[in-house]
Design a protein around this ligand. Sequence first.
Ligand SMILES: [Zn+2]
Length: 501
Amino acid sequence: MRQIYSSLFQGAALAAALTAFGAAPSFAQNGGKFGGTLNVVWGDPRSGSAGGDVRFSIALDGGKTYPLLVAPVDQGKAITSFGKHVVIDGRLTKDAHGNPAIQAQRIGAPPAAPPSHHATETRRVLYILLKYQGDSQEPHSEQFYLDLTNPKKGDLGKNIPASINGFFDKTSWHNLQWKADVTDWMKLPHPKTYYANCGWDQSCANLGALSNDAFALAVKAGVNLSVYDNINFVINNDLDCCAWGGGTSYQGKSYGATWEPPWGQETSVYSHEFGHSIGLPHSGWTYYAYDSPWDIMSKRTAAKTIQCGSYFSVNDGADRAINCTEPGDGYIAPHKDYLGWLPAENQVVIDAPRTKEIKLEANALPLRKGIKLVKICLAGLPCTGGSAHYLSVEARIGGKKYENGLTGDGVIIQDVYLNRGAIGGSCYFNSQSGFAVPIDATPGDWDAENCDSGGREWPDYALGNAQFLPGQTYRNNSLHVSVQVKKQEGSSYIVKVKRTN
Ligand SMILES: [Zn+2]
């Protein structure tokens, strides 16, 4: 197939081929409009490791999928279009591996509405269990993946401290549940080196090849793929640096998807990768990659850890323990809002200059009448839609599932910008930032010269102590905004928000 692409990769010839696959017809030279579903996948390294990647692709209306090269400045825009049908002004080119790709020059207007995950939803997910050719180990039984997902509670007898549905039921305020099925362990037609010919230090997984082989195996086994919203590709050994989550397309249908090596087949990693599969990016990147302990889409702080298995890790060349965890940092309020889980009556929107005192209830508590999010719109900037830019204010108090891994209690203020470009730099081992960047209540306790804590103990540096406490005020004169934390009242904080322009 690759040879056919190469021979076709000659301007007009490939342009004609793409037109035949369903791209819109207006081609000029190698450029033109490409209509299809935009997919994103995020690669996340193991805790404490470097690496990672974000890849974009477009499944053209005719069914063919191409890598989509997106400039860092357009990353946010592409992420808000995840899983959506888009029209891209683009140019045919080759990616870093020499394969045909589409360079996005302009991504069509982002959808007015965010992903439509509002109201109670049960997404059906199929775990496809896959063994590399020549590697017979099975890290868990088939039943393990059902036990990990379907019940509302973990089972310590099975070494599962928290279940995926337990996390999502609480965190989504009953908006999202998963109904999992599982295949038998099936043999892939190729060895690990064919799908991911590298170790921990690179992002080399050929997810397309792996997924296509897995889909074919599932179909051959009699699975009706059409009933599933999500596919979890479960691999019996390591991939590359990473565990992966996002979306994929197969034969004209798009799925949320995860690709997990054994170390990632547990509740916290799945809750992060499932987050990607429903359209969430990361948060954090204030000082370094994955630096926010306030969001499972960032640092991924566990509240409880139990060893639940082991495997012979081909990347390590040694046996490796598999840990199962209880997620400890939940989802942030702006992400819950983005997903449609936070009704308007539980938010306060400051959309004009004014001063308002608000009782802000802890994010981890059930959704009743309390206010969970304050959005401070900014003068002259859109506060809704795909270019929304505002400040978010939320209360975070530990002691409730699934926020028992928080580094403290207080008020978290974030700069939320959906159209934000990628954040990188010498202290960032990757630039997979997202919409929400926490504002630190204690700036100056991160050594940006040496990219370390400057001798401070966690969590007394960077975002470990980002929370604003009673008596503290965040003031931003250029944005004409201040947020004063007046006091704590039980599981709420009283905040006084002021916008003067
Ligand atoms: Zn991630």
